[in-house]
Write a protein of this length. Structure first.
Length: 317
């Protein structure tokens, strides 16, 4: 078995063992048959009642072998799939962690120059602080999310204006957006309150994930439209892009852990299949909903609805 690749050696061992057991059962049936009736070429009624118990025992054993082989094959396939997911997760998560580090590096490089006005220096420092918070959240997510256990994000609620969070995220992602010539626009409804009660850091990361996907999964120049409105005691956040779109059969699965749209239907971009799963989990923990409206080649619109804070409701009246 040395010439067989290591991942497939257990499978070949099982197949060989089951084949030998099958041959043994056939030989055992043949031996019993000949002892009862003599030569198989004699003129005897082989289907008499004496042979039926042996045939039933042989069929039962062969059925057990087939079931055992099916279960073992399924478990081996699952183990191989999990191993592949682990390798993909490690390689893509390293890229995900590198993104805020790169942004911080660009900001620090700009700060090292003396020709920037104080206002722009403060902006770069603010961007670096936001990216460090996001990096801390990414590391925390890696530690919390398990491949085998469901663990909920730790929510620390507070009342805040969601529009301020959106503007902070846009400031933090400004350098990266300029690097790919992205066109990002923000549209805020007038005369309404965007106060929500939730975890500021996690909701910031939710918006980061949606914008990050819009920047990655696109052919050409990214165009992203962010809309914030409030109606019926709910704050609605929409993120619309001009990306490659998501086929209808995958629109519910994209919120599952480790799921990624097949590569032949998407652009070549690093991902770990945890981003949208995390987004959906955080939104659900805030008592909100998330849905996607998309079609291949026509972009996507992610709509998040969150309960409006009572403080915001009182402020409107």
């Amino acid at each position: 078995m040395l010439f067989i690749r290591r991942p497939y050696r257990p499978l070949w061992f099982i197949i060989t063992s089951l084949a030998l057991l099958f041959i043994f059962l056939v030989y055992w049936l043949y031996t019993v048959w000949t002892e009862l009736y003599g030569s198989v070429y004699g003129e005897t009624d082989y289907w008499s009642g004496e042979m039926i118990p042996y045939i039933l025992v042989a069929l039962a054993l062969m059925s057990i072998l087939v079931i055992a082989f099916t279960l073992l094959l399924r478990n081996l396939n699952r183990e191989y799939h999990l191993g592949k997911l682990k390798n993909d997760f490690i390689s893509s998560m390293s890229h995900e962690l590198r993104s805020p580090i790169t942004t911080i590096g660009i900001a620090l490089e700009a700060l090292s120059r003396d020709d920037y006005p104080p206002e722009q220096t403060k902006e770069f420092l603010k961007i670096s602080k936001l990216e460090l918070e996001r990096l801390n959240l990414l590391v925390d997510r890696v530690l919390r999310l398990s491949m085998f256990e469901e663990q909920e994000p730790n929510i620390i609620p507070e009342s805040f204006d969601l529009s301020q969070v959106v503007q902070q995220v846009l400031e933090a992602i400004k350098l990266r957006a300029e690097k790919v010539s992205a066109d990002i626009s923000l549209h805020l409804a007038t005369g309404v309150s965007f106060m929500v009660h939730g975890d500021r850091l996690h909701l910031t990361s939710v918006l980061f994930n949606l914008i990050d996907n819009a920047l990655k999964y696109v052919k050409g120049t990214p165009q992203i439209r962010i809309t914030l409105s409030a109606e019926g005691q709910k704050v609605t956040l929409r993120v619309t892009d001009n990306g490659i779109g998501i086929p209808a059969e995958f629109q519910e699965k994209i919120f599952e852990k480790f799921f990624r749209v097949p590569t032949e239907m998407s652009v070549k971009a690093n991902g770990h299949g945890l981003g949208l799963s995390y987004v959906a989990k955080v939104v659900q923990q805030h008592g909100g909903t998330i849905k996607v409206d998309s079609a291949p080649g026509q972009g996507s619109t992610f709509t998040i609805e969150l309960p409006q804070s009572e403080r915001g409701e009182r402020g409107e009246k």
